[in-house]
Design a binder for this molecule. Structure first.
Ligand code: ATP
Ligand code: MG
Ligand code: FE
Length: 339
């Protein structure tokens, strides 16, 4: 079954064709980073306008580079929320109209379920059950996953999401938006032990997170050492990153232990982080756990992941009506079991 997937929840206009929820026939991502960079963050109105410009060529390219004709599509899947509502509406309205024009169903999916399902893209998806850490620009949550659309929330951040902390620290350091990749790159040149930033474990046996204190610790360090030279800048990045990675790694591994689970996963934009991947990979290997994380191109926002979850929702019989609307806020959908 071939699904055209569309994603426009934030500042990426993306389309993909995905077969049976796992095989990516094409994946196109048009990033607006250059547009928002000068403002130090995403400007919602500009994002909507850029989506309007990009949606037609991006979808066309996804269908063409999949090597199929649109008449071969079985369904369209689209991000319905959460995200910036003006941005969402562009992809959402386009997807409904595209599906209606072809006489095929359109399935609305949750963006976070998309990130969770990015793990199914490729040949070696994890076995159920597994514990998944979702780390993105807006979310930091631990889930116990028992099926393709069955998640139990184990814990989440009480304040900043990890990606948000990266972006805020990047701004403080004058490195601009988005900050994750830049800090990751600088951190590799620094000494992670040179500056002792706190480890925000909260309770070591709890699964909630908190990153605003760590962000403030970087701010205080910068008050003591304004205008850091290159060496200090690298050490700040490395120290911050080490603290983040240690806390994420500890909680994920501990969650697997509590659930007696042999499989773990890290998904979302921050899953692209080199230190998080390496540290969790080492910890998993030492304990004989199988560790899954998406290819780098499927960590940040993309439409292939929307095709992966869209497939499962389609099989379950989910379909949008033409009057259905996008939504700006949501947790994982209704069959999520919250503790
Ligand atoms: P959400 O998915 O929660 O709605 P979002 O879609 O904005 O938020 P993603 O696209 O999943 O978030 O991830 C973007 C975030 O990932 C940004 O905050 C970015 O700084 C961060 N990020 C990207 N690459 C890296 C990296 N290598 N290291 C750390 N953070 C990174
Ligand atoms: Mg983005
Ligand atoms: Fe996202």
């Amino acid at each position: 079954m071939k699904i055209l997937a569309i994603e426009s929840s934030c500042d990426e206009t993306a389309a993909a064709v995905v077969e049976d929820g796992t095989r990516v026939l094409s994946s196109v991502v048009a990033s607006q980073v250059a547009v928002h960079h000068v403002y130090g963050g995403v400007v919602p109105e500009l994002a909507s306008r850029k989506h309007v410009e990009a949606i037609v060529p991006v979808v066309r390219e996804a269908v063409e580079s999949a090597g199929i004709h649109r008449s071969e599509l079985d369904a369209v899947a689209v991000t319905q929320g959460p995200g910036l509502v003006g941005a969402l509406l562009v992809g959402f309205s386009y997807a409904k109209a595209y599906a209606w024009g072809l006489g095929i169903p359109c399935v609305g999916v949750n963006h976070l379920e998309g990130h969770m399902s990015s793990i199914f893209l490729g040949d070696t998806p994890p076995e159920f059950p597994y514990v998944a850490l979702l780390v993105s620009g807006g979310h930091t949550s631990l889930y116990y996953v028992t099926g393709p659309t069955e998640y139990e929330l184990m814990g989440q951040t009480r304040d900043d999401a990890v990606g948000e902390a990266y972006d805020k620290v990047s701004k403080m350091l004058g490195l601009g938006y988005p900050g994750g990749v830049v800090i990751d790159g600088l951190a590799r040149k620094g000494d992670p032990k040179a500056i002792a930033f706190p480890r925000p474990y909260l309770d070591k046996k709890a699964f909630d997170f908190s990153f605003s204190g760590l962000k403030s610790a970087v701010g205080r360090h910068l008050k003591d050492y304004p205008d850091p030279d290159e060496v200090r800048l690298h050490n700040i990045a490395a120290g911050f990153q080490e603290s983040v990675a240690e806390v994420l790694c500890h909680k994920l591994i501990y969650a697997a232990k509590v659930k007696s689970c042999r499989h773990i996963a890290v998904v979302g934009g921050v899953a692209a982080n080199s230190r998080v991947r390496a540290m969790v990979g080492d910890a998993a290997a030492r304990r004989g756990l199988s560790f899954h994380t998406p290819e780098l191109k499927y960590c940040g926002d993309n439409a292939a992941m929307i095709g992966a979850i869209g497939y499962h929702r389609f099989v379950e019989g989910s379909a949008l009506g033409l009057n259905d609307d996008a939504y700006s806020r949501a947790r994982l959908p209704s069959n999520t079991k919250h503790k």
